[in-house]
Design a protein around this ligand. Structure first.
Ligand code: FES
Ligand code: FES
Length: 132
């Protein structure tokens, strides 16, 4: 199966690989797995108190399409509000990377990871507010 040029570009030069400090109250961590293949994606977002995503890092143990999907969404979410980032769908990712049908679940992983990271951030924020 042939990968698209965009997949290969992101796979060979992944953007924003790395880790953000989990202890940072403004960092949300999303860890998701793909039941179809067992691949795992971790996406971390640093979100300001105003709800703007100012940084994003990922680590993905998975196929080229999963790595490309995570790399792409780290670029997309930076500078967006949390609400805007929640509207990114796996279809946008699959279209941008021209993923074939058997690789659609790799883009679902990226959408799920964004949502999981934002959920984690919101939970942390609520916990902080309840303490205050
Ligand atoms: Fe996910 Fe091969 S099935 S890397
Ligand atoms: Fe399973 Fe890509 S994430 S094959």
């Amino acid at each position: 199966m042939a990968y698209s040029d965009k997949v290969i570009d992101h796979y060979e030069n992944p953007r924003n690989v790395g880790t953000l400090d989990k202890q940072d109250p403004n960092v949300g961590t999303g860890l998701v797995g793909a039941p179809a293949c067992g691949d795992v994606m971790r996406l971390q977002l640093k979100i300001t108190d105003e709800g703007i995503i100012e940084d994003a890092k990922f680590k993905t143990f998975g196929c080229g399409s999963a790595i490309a999907s995570s790399s792409l969404v780290t670029e997309w979410v930076k500078g967006k509000t949390v609400d805007e980032a929640m509207t990114i769908s796996n279809k946008d990712v699959a279209r941008e990377l021209a993923l074939p049908p058997v690789k659609i679940h790799c883009s679902v992983l990226a959408e799920d990871a964004i949502k999981a990271a934002i959920e984690d951030f919101k939970k942390k924020r609520e916990a902080r507010q309840n303490k205050a």
